[in-house]
Design a protein around this ligand. Structure first.
Ligand code: 8ID
Ligand code: ZN
Length: 353
């Protein structure tokens, strides 16, 4: 019952044509290697990372031709012979950015699998979720809780996991102020919800009435439209909104570099800048004197581990976090990239496979 071919979207070179086909070859169960599973993807989010990957704007080589996508939710339809796993055929699982890692190096042993030197990345170094049947790795598939619709789980598998982990890195107590920059985007709108869910006081930075409206729903205590402020005025406004003293944390999920510029100036002493968004060729410029005397922290946060993924999905299963999403057919990927580039997507687009 596993077809020989199925729909997929791929590209052969950076910035090249984005091709939708209905007859992409499907890896057959007997061709899976030990440890691998075949997942019938039902829904996949489109992350801005997929757009960077197609544009080829990061200093990291990717596989070509490439089937992108790393927020895939589906069901296991085959498990390679000789695979040690708790999963059974029919189980709902997620496939995320981190496709596989050795689980044996120091990084993996401390639960930092994303920094494993042997890590494989879905939609980057191995094919991902922009297809109906994807090969993944049993040890890194994430179990999706019963009752959580697969299209709702999809955006959690990268955007949700990543921002949940980033909020943990900020290390704030309930009641602390947390600024989310890029707050109306895929990662940002979930960051606002996770932060609110653990009792942080949240201020969103982004632009446009649609994004403001979205964030108001989540109990954000402020929305700052970055297009309406000059740099110094914006720093003052952020400080003003956060009890006059600035936030305890700034989670930067914007895909543009400018969002990084002011964070060190508006954070209060002991504040944390958590770097999440990945604009190419961008530097965080920190004044050493003020970084030292304000006891600031600058922390990079790269996706999350298997446990972070389970925790992130649990918030969604309990209804504490709800992705804002619009479902569209897989063949719309190219048009989604256009809208994403224009910053015109509040929340996430989820493609049905
Ligand atoms: O593990 C990681 N660190 C990780 C995981 C997943 C994604 C990092 N990312 C990276 C992506 O590669 C991308 O660079 O996070 C970034 C955001 O991904 P996304 O949330 O999927 O992108 P989006 O939906 O396009 O949202 C970006 C938002 O940023 C706003 C836009 O308006 C949009 O709502 N924005 C921009 I562009 N410039 C801004 C600025 N100067 C800004 N918001 C505030 N200030
Ligand atoms: Zn992503």
């Amino acid at each position: 019952q596993i077809p020989k071919t199925a729909p997929a979207v791929f590209f052969e070179k950076a910035n090249g044509p984005i091709t939708f086909v209905v007859d992409h070859p499907v890896t057959q169960p007997e061709d899976l290697k030990p440890g691998e599973v075949l997942v019938r993807i039902e829904a996949t989010g489109v992350c801005h990372t997929d757009l960077h990957s197609w544009k080829g704007d990061w200093p990291l080589e990717s596989k070509k031709p490439l089937v992108g996508g790393h927020e895939g939710a589906g069901r296991i339809v085959a498990i390679a012979d000789g695979t040690m796993t708790q999963f059974k055929i029919g189980d709902a699982v997620g496939i995320k950015w981190l496709a596989d890692s050795c689980l044996n190096c120091e990084n993996c042993r401390i639960g930092a699998e994303a920094t494993c030197a042997l890590a494989k990345l879905h939609g980057y170094t191995v094919d991902g979720s922009f297809q109906r049947y994807a090969v993944s790795f049993a040890k890194h598939c994430t179990p999706i809780p019963d009752g959580l619709p697969l299209e709702v789980a999809a955006p959690i598998l990268c955007a949700g996991v990543t921002v949940w982990k980033a909020i943990k890195e900020a290390n704030c107590m309930p009641g602390a102020w947390c600024v989310v920059s890029g707050a109306g985007g895929g990662l940002g709108h979930l960051a606002v919800q996770y932060a609110a869910a653990i009792g942080l006081r949240v201020v969103g930075i982004d632009t446009g009435a649609d994004k403001k409206k979205l964030l108001d729903q989540y109990g954000a205590e402020g929305f700052i439209d970055y297009m309406q402020f000059e740099s110094d005025a914006m720093i003052n406004e952020i400080k003003r909104v956060c009890s006059g003293e600035g936030p305890h944390a700034a989670i930067i999920t914007s895909a543009s570099g400018s969002a990084y510029n002011q964070a060190l100036d508006y954070l209060r002493p002991h504040g944390a800048l958590v770097a999440v968004g990945l604009p190419p060729d961008t530097y965080i410029k920190a004044n050493v004197f003020s970084t030292v005397v304000k006891n600031l922290r600058i922390v990079g946060s790269y996706v999350g581990n298997r446990q972070d993924a389970i925790e992130a999905l649990d918030f969604a299963a309990r209804g504490k976090v709800k992705p804002q999403m619009v479902c569209e057919p897989l063949k719309n990927l190219e048009s989604v990239y256009k809208r994403m580039e224009e910053g015109a997507i509040p929340g996430r687009i989820v493609l049905r496979c």
